[in-house]
Design a protein around this ligand. Structure first.
Ligand code: ATP
Length: 251
């Protein structure tokens, strides 16, 4: 078996005696889109926050390409190539879409802020930034202030600023939440495209999209792994049907 891109062993998180995540051991294989699903309160967000280092585990370990990252900080894992997008990437509302991506490119190079020098460098990033915007379907929105973008386009911009960091692993927290049908289709297609050559872990409620998009699915229930496999496998699992999918099953 190839080395997992992300692996957890016995990952556990207690909140004052309440166990939100209990002894979770999962493997994210390189080059796959992997979903964490489960009913409300199943522990998805806690698990995601543990993986992205926004929470410290109570017990267990997290490995990135075989390296123990359990006690690293979010910016340290980001520098290793594991980047969290959506609900967290900084998009500056008053700056245009293009300027936002240029800034992200500047950050990726770790360039320090120096007004005159940075102006010059930002210009160097212009071409690459434009290419990224075109990639996420925002070519014609380049000069629009981020705050004025429609909701779905704002999420696409967040994706572009994440891609500017050229991540090896993208962690997406409910990337389709709050979107209308048209945006859902376009964003799912976009995730599929940008996942090429990368690994993606996403928490997502939209099972139709999970079924279409994800290679592997881990189903959580009460903080534990209930089932794991491709959609056909987990959606047939009686425990999954009982605990979660039930009437909302996608065939
Ligand atoms: N900071 C916290 N302090 C105490 N309990 C918490 C904390 N964060 C989460 N929990 C509890 O842990 C459990 C799992 O929550 P979590 O948010 O991880 O679930 P989830 O699967 O993401 O749910 P949802 O789909 O509703 O977002 C819940 O019972 C929640 O109340």
């Amino acid at each position: 078996m190839a080395e997992a891109i992300i692996e957890t062993r016995g990952l556990t998180k207690n909140f004052r005696g309440f166990t939100a995540v209990s002894d979770i051991s999962i493997r994210i294989e390189p080059g796959t889109i992997h979903a964490l699903i489960g009913a409300n309160g199943a522990g998805k967000t806690t698990c995601f926050n543990l993986l992205t280092k926004f929470l410290e585990p109570s017990a267990g370990s997290i490995f990135y390409k075989g390296r123990d990252i359990t006690h690293l900080k979010p910016d340290q894992v980001a520098r290793l190539g594991m980047v969290r997008s959506f609900q967290i990437s900084a998009v500056f509302g008053h700056l245009s879409a293009l300027e936002n991506v240029k800034l992200a490119l500047q950050r990726q190079r770790g360039e320090s802020y120096d007004f005159w020098a940075s102006h010059h460098r930002l210009d160097q990033h212009r071409e690459r930034a434009m290419a990224l915007l075109v990639d996420v379907g925002l070519g014609q929105w380049a000069d629009t202030p981020a705050a004025e973008l429609p909701y779905g386009r704002k999420r696409a911009l967040e994706l572009a600023t994440t891609l500017a960091l050229d991540p090896e692993v993208m962690l997406l927290d409910e990337p389709l939440a709050g979107m209308g049908t048209e945006d859902v289709g376009r964003t799912a297609e976009l995730i599929h495209r940008v996942a090429e050559g990368r690994s993606v872990l996403m928490v997502e409620h939209n099972l139709g999209v999970v079924a279409e998009l994800c290679d592997r699915i881990t189903v959580l229930a009460r903080g534990e792994v209930l089932a794991e496999g491709d959609y056909a496998t987990v959606s047939r699992d009686p425990r999954v049907i009982e605990s979660y999918i039930g009437g909302a099953r996608h065939d």
